[in-house]
Structure formats: C-alpha cells, structure tokens
Design a protein around this ligand. Structure first.
Ligand code: GLN
Length: 280
C-alpha cells in the first residue's frame, strides 16, 4: 500500500469519531513512530510503499483509536515542557495547563539557586523532572502513592538525564514531612465524580482514576492535607504551588488563606483559574 492511500483509509475509518484535524495529527504521530517518517518526509514521499509488516502495528493502533484509546498511551510517550516522557495507563498524560504551572514556578526563581523542591503526586514525573532539568542546582524530591507510576517516573528521570529522588508515599497518611523545602508543588487529583458527565471517553475509560478523581463531598482533601504539611515544612520565603480545579478556585484560595498563607490565583491560557500559589 502507498503512504497516501493509507492516510486516506485512516481518515475514513476515524471519521465521525474525531475532528479531521485531530485525525491528521494522530496519523503524523503514528507514522513517525512506526515508519520513522517525519512530517516533511511524508509530504515529500506520498508514494512511499508501506509493507504489510509495517502496516500491522499501524492497524492495531487504528483499532485502539476507534475505541478512543489515547494516542499518547498507544505510542507510549508524549512531550511535556520540551522533554520526552514515557506514559502508560498507570500515569496521567501530562497536560499543557501543567506546563504553565512549571513555567510560573521557573519565572519566580533563578537557575543559580540551590533550592530544595518537593513534587507531591508526581505521576509520570513531569513536574519534578522539568524543574530539575531547568534548575540544575536544585535538589528535587518527588512522591507518589502508586508504585507503577514511580517506575515510570524513574525511567523518565533517567531518560531526561536528571537526578530526582523518588519516594513511595500516601500523602493522606503522612503526619509531617521530614525535610524543609523552598518549593512544594502538587497537581493532585481534583476532578469530582459529578464532573464525569462532561468528560471525554479517552480520559474516562483509560486514564488512572487514582490520579484524577475525588469524592464530591470532600473535593479538596489533597489540598487540605498538603497545605497543612507545607505550612510546617516550607523554608522562609518558601512557596507552595498547586494546579487546581477551575470550578473550585475560590474555595481552594480560601483554604490557603485560612491556613495563614497569602494566596495568588492564576489563569491558564484558556482563561480558567488553574493555578494557585501560597506564600507567607
Ligand atoms: N486536568 C486534568 C483533567 O482535566 C485533571 C488533573 C488532575 O486531576 N489533577 O483531566
């Protein structure tokens, strides 16, 4: 089969499931992975012959996409903050909003400082690893409750050539942190069960529940705990950073204020309150 015919077939089969633009970007990602062709090569060689063996993996991926399997899990990797991260169903796929959180933290510190940073609920490791990469002097500790997530995060740290210390830890069961930090950051689970109605199948059916959801009646459970732990464990001028649920921005801000922090909310590029910083 020729590359251009494969592309037509691919687009036809996914029509109705996804917008055309998205199908096009899926095709590019898969072709890069399975045929080793980048976009330019594909544009230049539409007549390239694709062998039956080459098509096999591609077909499997196509069937998975029909079931709304996230393309990042199919390929097994994604990009975050200019770095490559291995992802699988044990970790949340890093989101662009979270890149904004990393950028916000970096904007507030100089790369010369030897800071101590803690990332709580690190998942794929994307926040801690991106910070470590951009702050070579910093010492980064990252925690997660999931052993499988930590395996992935450790791989990602090695792959991106940074040193991050990892610790398996259920934050909800922790009475205090053993060390003092300059920055504590977390993107904890914050999606309420009641919000599932508006969500897409690729998230609902495939992404880890452990990383996403909280009970409707106690949606800020992680924020309460982390805010309290951080109060005792932030150094002078230390900062607490959260990714937050846009629908609970006010409540999360009040939580910080009631605990004695000065709170600063920040919108993401979509105009939603998505980040929160606490200082003293
Ligand atoms: N932003 C993610 C989503 O919309 C949720 C991340 C989280 O729960 N921490 O699916």
């Amino acid at each position: 089969m020729l590359l251009k015919d494969l592309k037509i077939k691919f687009q036809q089969e996914l029509k109705g499931e996804y917008p055309q633009e998205e199908t096009g970007s899926f095709f590019n990602l898969l072709a890069e992975k399975y045929f080793g062709m980048n976009r330019l090569q594909m544009a230049l060689e539409p007549e390239r012959k694709i062998s039956a063996a080459e098509i096999e993996n591609f077909e499997t991926a196509l069937q998975k996409l029909k079931n709304h399997h996230p393309v990042q899990y199919i390929i097994g990797e994604t990009e975050f903050f200019g770095l490559s991260f291995k992802v699988n169903e044990a970790v949340l796929i890093p989101r662009p909003e979270t890149e904004e959180l990393v950028q916000w933290i970096l904007n507030n510190i100089s790369s010369e400082e030897n800071l101590k940073i803690l990332d709580i609920g690190t998942g794929s490791g994307c926040i801690g690893i991106s910070l470590a990469k951009n702050l070579p002097q910093a010492e980064v500790l990252a925690m997660d409750v999931s052993e499988k997530a930590l395996e992935t995060a450790k791989f990602n740290a090695a792959f991106n050539e940074v040193k991050v210390n990892f610790m398996e830890q259920n934050i909800l069961e922790l009475d205090k942190l053993d060390e003092q930090f300059d920055v504590i950051v977390s993107n904890p689970p914050y999606v309420r069960e009641l919000e599932k109605n508006g969500m897409q199948r690729n998230v609902l059916d495939y992404e880890p529940e452990l990383a996403l959801y909280v009970e409707d009646k106690n949606p800020l459970i992680f924020y309460k705990k982390i805010t309290k732990l951080a109060k005792e464990s932030l150094r002078q001028n230390g900062k607490l950073y959260f990714e937050i649920n846009q629908y609970l921005a006010k409540e999360t801000e009040i939580l910080l204020k009631d605990c004695g922090y000065k709170a600063c909310l920040k919108k993401d590029i979509f105009g939603n309150y998505r980040m929160l910083r606490g200082t003293f």
